[in-house]
Design a protein around this ligand. Structure first.
Ligand SMILES: [Zn+2]
Length: 271
């Protein structure tokens, strides 16, 4: 849900149009989203980070909990949230579980002490993003930057690009040069990303080191889809956002996603 003002609330939807529908890219966004969710979970299971966030689905939560138990992990349901399509500007908390419209936002970890720290950070008056970022295995520089710009910029693709070096900028347009494609986050609405955090810049060295581990785990799960994702990330593309509508123009697809409300158009070009 995007709140423009008290009278106007809109819910733009996310979809992807693959330009070559007969190619093996059909359904790629579903495979990519499944892969990045699975990778986040495996990173905990294989001991690379302390915790993961998952969405328990009321239709199959019994199967999800069985798997978590069988993997020797534990899960704690944190919040009931409205189901959303792609990027939502905020998680909307709901009281009642509606099978079709609700997810359970939950934390998965190996240790009970991690779950306790996560609960405390999530339930504090102001969500403690620093602790949560740390438990999720994000670099300190990126957590600090996120805390400085969020929630003012809930989808800070433009701000991340503006912090990159070198880049060409005007007030509303940025061209990023010599960035690390593994850190690109402007296609994540469709599942095309490697790292789950928002880097402090597209040249963050710490993020690059960690992204290599994420990619290795991704490839061990589904090499073909991982290669599709890294291929997408490495190609030149243009991201823009205006009036809560994000558009990604890419040689292989055209993607639409919901963003936050801005009356003036922002553009980031990745060359
Ligand atoms: Zn960083």
């Amino acid at each position: 849900m995007v709140i423009v003002n008290e009278d106007i609330k809109i819910e733009p939807y996310t979809f992807l149009a693959v330009k070559y529908p007969k190619s093996n890219l059909l359904g790629i966004e579903t495979r990519a989203l499944e892969l990045i969710n699975r990778t986040g979970y495996e990173m905990v299971k294989r001991g690379y980070r302390d915790a993961d966030i998952i969405h328990l689905n009321p239709y199959e939560f019994d199967i999800q909990i069985q798997e978590i138990y069988n993997d020797g992990l534990m899960v704690y349901p944190l919040k009931r949230v409205k189901r959303y399509n792609g990027f939502g500007s905020s998680r909307e908390i709901v009281k009642e579980i509606d099978l079709k419209n609700t997810f359970i936002y939950a934390c998965v970890a190996k240790e009970k002490s991690v779950i306790e720290r996560f609960k405390k950070a999530e339930y504090s008056n102001q969500i403690d993003h620093k602790t949560i970022g740390d438990l999720l295995g994000y670099p300190e520089c990126c957590i600090d930057r996120f805390c400085a710009i969020w929630p003012g910029s809930p989808d800070p693709v433009f701000e991340i690009a503006g912090n990159s070096n070198p880049c060409e900028k005007t007030d509303f347009s940025i061209t990023v040069q010599d960035d690390y494609p593994l850190l690109r986050q402007h296609m994540r609405y469709f599942g095309f990303r490697v790292i789950p955090w928002l880097p402090c810049s597209t040249n963050c060295k710490e993020s690059l080191e960690r992204s290599k581990v994420w990619l290795e785990v991704m490839k061990s799960i589904d090499e073909k889809t991982s290669n599709n994702i890294t291929d997408f990330l490495s190609k030149p593309s243009v991201w823009s956002m205006c009036n809560s509508q994000i558009i990604v123009e890419h040689p292989d697809f055209l993607g639409y996603a919901s963003g936050n409300y801005l009356s003036e158009k922002r553009v980031v070009k990745y060359v």
